[in-house]
Each structure stands twice: as structure tokens, then as C-alpha cells.
Design a protein around this ligand. Structure first.
Ligand SMILES: [Zn+2]
Length: 204
């Protein structure tokens, strides 16, 4: 029987953090210290969380690399080109090649999740996937705490509710989980730890 694990993305998105704003302040304008945290690009040590899953990121936000038999699925891409270069470095640290990034799944349309995708997709020819609703949201959202730092990526394929994305031996299920954004997507996929199979859920 497969075991279910739950992973939580370390995403510092303002829609939730803004709720901490003091009384009387515009909730869309978070406190300065929260904004500073959102844009803290201090690198974290890349971590192999499961045999086939790696976490690479900064104090602000992280990306996940899922290794399959036919290449790497990158889940989210952080803020910008510099963050994307951090992803390249983190993969190399574990003997993985960024050239093997085939798919970049963006869980939702905030700038801290898609900002590195343009750089990586162009450099390595990876396909970028996002839900249609959040693609439209991303294209319309230009001002605010999660506004883009870098050019928005071209979306090659829309993620669907209860859709399946397959790369090599790995199948990922995408599930619409709106709330944080209108078309945010969460993912269910297989992971291994010390030879045992598990099923992971990653909240987007
Ligand atoms: Zn967000």
C-alpha cells in the first residue's frame, strides 16, 4: 500500500501575509519587514528531500526538482534569472544536469513562482505549464507585492483539474486548488525514500 505524505511549499506570497497588516493599513500593502522577507534572495542549502526530489531555494521561496527516467520536472522557478541560476547550481551539486529539465510546472501565477521560468525554458528548451486561469491572472497582474521581477514565460501547455502529466516513468496529477490565486494548482506524484514508494502531495 502506498503511503501519503504531504509537502508544503515554502512560498511567501503576499495574499496571505498581507493579512498581518496592522489595523487601518491597506491590506494590499504588507508591512515593510514582510516585503523584505518576500524578496530575501539569500540562498538556502539545496536539499535532497526524497531519492527523486530536490528542494532548491532562498529564504523567500523554493523550487522543487523531480527526477524521472526521462529528465527533470521542475516545480516552480522562483523570482528571476538569478534564482534560476541558483537552481542550475543546486542541480549540479547533486550531479544532475540543468540540460535535463524537460518540464517546468508553475503552480500559480505570482512572480515568485514563474520568474525564473523564462530563463530556464529558453536556455534548455523546457516546456512551461500553468493552469489557463492563472495564465490569464499572471498576464493581467503587474503591480503589487507578487508582481513580476522578470519577463513572464510563454506558457506551452495548460494544467487541468485532475489532469495527468507524464515524463518517463513518472506521472503527476494536477488538481485545481483555488484560493491563494484563482487557478492555483496542487500536485500529486510518486516519491521514493530509502527504496520505499510513497505518494507526495505538494500544495501550490
Ligand atoms: Zn503566491
Amino acid at each position: 500500500m502506498k503511503r501519503m505524505l504531504s509537502l508544503t511549499l515554502s512560498a511567501m506570497c503576499m495574499a496571505s501575509l498581507a493579512m498581518g497588516a496592522s489595523k487601518g493599513e491597506d491590506p494590499a500593502t504588507p508591512p515593510k519587514e514582510i516585503l523584505a522577507l518576500l524578496h530575501d534572495h539569500t540562498p538556502l542549502t539545496p536539499t535532497k528531500v526524497f531519492d527523486n526530489l530536490y528542494c532548491i531555494g532562498t529564504k523567500s521561496v523554493v523550487a522543487w526538482a523531480l527526477k524521472t527516467s526521462e529528465g527533470i520536472v521542475l516545480i516552480d522557478s522562483m523570482w528571476n534569472d538569478e534564482d534560476a541560476k541558483l537552481i542550475e547550481k543546486g542541480l549540479k551539486l547533486y550531479g544532475l544536469s540543468p540540460k535535463d529539465i524537460k518540464l517546468i510546472i508553475i503552480t500559480h501565477g505570482h512572480g515568485d513562482h514563474y520568474g525564473g521560468a523564462n530563463y530556464l525554458a529558453k536556455k534548455y528548451g523546457a516546456k512551461v505549464l500553468m493552469s489557463q486561469k492563472d495564465t490569464e491572472f499572471m498576464l493581467s497582474y503587474n503591480v503589487g507585492p507578487n508582481a513580476p521581477e522578470y519577463p513572464k514565460p510563454k506558457i506551452d501547455q495548460y494544467l487541468k483539474d485532475r489532469g495527468k502529466i507524464t515524463l518517463g516513468d513518472t506521472q503527476i496529477i494536477s488538481v485545481e486548488t483555488p484560493g491563494h490565486t484563482v487557478g492555483g494548482i496542487s500536485l500529486i506524484f510518486p516519491v521514493k525514500y530509502q527504496g520505499k514508494n510513497y505518494e507526495a502531495m505538494l500544495w501550490g
